[in-house]
Design a protein around this ligand. Structure first.
Ligand code: NAP
Length: 282
């Protein structure tokens, strides 16, 4: 009989997570038996529960979601260079009784930009938000050669802190804080919304100003709903909108490949998975 693998997603609350649905689809489609569990774990339980899971030696890995992406760092044995760069972990690989913290959000962002044939080398980006997802964006766009990253956040001290953290790591990319509702004078190639504005249960607002550069790309990390105020505003202003579903799917495929091996026909698989999620929940 085929081996059945065990994986899951840890967060609190966890009911909202689409990961169990993504992995259920991948397991069926790729004919690999995987039991993928939504695991509601509170912050004060992280250390013990992770240690217990490690000792049991039955997990291939777990995804990590809100509110643990940063807090989990001190409970893993080591970090990949990507997770170290971001300062956040969204998946843990259980390997030979070692917990390795990684970050596939960076991969999800880069793969989405690649799919849309966006080149950032020498170009400028505006990033809205300074939380965990925004940090993954900073690493991704700096790795892709962006010349300048403007970070705008409701709480300025957090955007300033992010600018310092990433300026130290990526010396060829300039990171600067941008005041609320301001637009720099230079040409912008990409706008990224890494706030939950527009997401179900959050204000239906967009951080984009009316002065945004035409023809630039506007990437919203929010995927539920699929059509957000940010994307609609961007389209109205002549920008090219990109929703958050692509990133969500690519980061899940990256987790799958790390735990269960490479998949073939990735584009076809990604398309099938997007259609499945659209039909089921969006
Ligand atoms: P987070 O760590 O909680 O950070 C949220 C950020 O948004 C903070 O900078 C916060 O500002 C800002 N913010 C929150 N509410 C706001 C409001 N009402 N008005 C203006 N700014 C507000 O969250 P996260 O993990 O970075 O996630 C951010 C978004 O990205 C979420 O919608 C999430 O679903 C999405 N995401 C998508 C993917 C994907 O695969 N597509 C992956 C990860 C995340 P303060 O600093 O002032 O609090």
């Amino acid at each position: 009989m085929d081996k059945t693998y065990l994986a899951g997603v840890i967060g609190y609350p966890i009911k909202h997570s689409l990961s169990p649905l993504l992995f259920e689809f991948l397991s069926k489609k790729l004919k690999t038996p995987v039991v993928y569990l939504p695991l509601a774990i509170k912050t004060n339980e992280l250390k013990t529960k992770l240690k217990n899971a490690k000792d049991l030696c039955v997990f291939s890995g777990v995804n990590v979601t809100i509110p643990h992406k940063e807090k989990v760092i001190k409970h893993v044995d080591r970090l990949t260079p990507t997770a170290k760069s971001v300062g956040a972990v969204n998946l843990i690989h259980f390997k030979n009784q070692t917990l390795i913290g990684d970050n596939s959000d960076v991969y999800g962002i880069k793969e989405t930009l690649k799919e849309h044939k966006i080149s950032l080398r020498g170009k400028s980006v505006i990033l809205y938000g300074a939380g965990g997802a925004a940090k993954a964006v900073c690493t991704a766009v700096a790795q892709l050669g962006a010349k300048k990253v403007w970070i705008q956040n409701r709480t300025t001290v957090k955007s300033t802190k992010l600018c310092r953290f990433f300026s130290r790591q990526f010396t060829k990319t300039q990171f600067s804080s941008l005041s609320l509702n301001k637009e720099p004078k230079e040409k912008i190639a990409l706008y990224v919304n890494a706030t939950p504005l527009g997401m179900q249960g959050f204000p239906k607002k967009s951080p984009l100003t009316s002065l945004a550069c035409k023809n630039a790309f506007a990437f919203d990390l929010v995927y539920r709903p699929e059509s957000t105020v940010f994307l609609r505003d961007a389209k109205k202003q002549g920008l090219q909108p990109i929703g958050g579903l692509d990133m969500l799917i690519w980061q899940a495929i990256a987790s799958w490949e790390l735990w269960f091996g490479k998949v073939s026909q990735r584009q076809k698989l990604k398309k099938a998975l997007s259609n499945y999620i659209r039909k089921k929940v969006l």
